[in-house]
Design a protein around this ligand. Structure first.
Ligand code: HEC
Length: 128
């Protein structure tokens, strides 16, 4: 409750665009010192060694693929919105080659993100 009040005071004090979003957890591998609002995309050390679908892969896909690969997006023919649709893509396309060469269509992801998805696929693309 008190947090909500504080947040609304902060939000009313400046426009949304002025709030820099990013990972605000200093323990994360993608910590951003400039970020004020957490974007839910923090990646922890475990994502390098034993990446899980829920904590590591899903946030990356959400932030880098879903805007186009979901209903209403320019690549809605291939949903990447949940484990089942992502697993379908893994089984039917060479995702490792694709994320290293062509996708996201706008610009490739940072090496960290690519490595995490690769490791997860090589570990068996589990729903973990
Ligand atoms: C800016 C929009 C956009 C984003 C973001 C995006 N894609 Fe795509 N994607 C497309 C479009 C459009 C196609 C259809 C083929 C084409 O136009 O190249 C496509 C096709 C694909 C295909 C089918 C194979 C192929 O190359 O045609 C896969 C798999 C794929 N994308 C995976 C991803 C993954 C994984 C991400 C995130 C890491 C991602 N895409 C991000 C627009 C996007």
């Amino acid at each position: 409750m008190r947090y909500n009040l504080l947040l609304s005071i902060i939000l009313s004090g400046c426009t949304y665009n002025e709030l820099i979003t990013g990972c605000t957890n200093p323990l994360a591998i993608n910590y951003s010192a400039d970020a004020i609002v957490d974007d839910g995309n923090c990646l922890l050390d475990e994502c390098i060694s034993t990446p899980s679908f829920v904590d590591c892969v899903k946030p990356i896909i959400d932030n880098n693929c879903v805007s186009c690969h979901s209903y209403g997006g320019e690549a809605a023919f291939l949903d990447l919105i949940d484990y089942n649709s992502i697993n379908y893509a893994v089984n039917n396309y060479d995702i490792i080659v694709i994320i290293n060469t062509t996708m996201p269509k706008v610009a490739l992801m940072p090496e960290n993100n690519i490595n995490i998805i690769e490791k997860w696929i090589n570990d068996g693309a589990q729903n973990n």
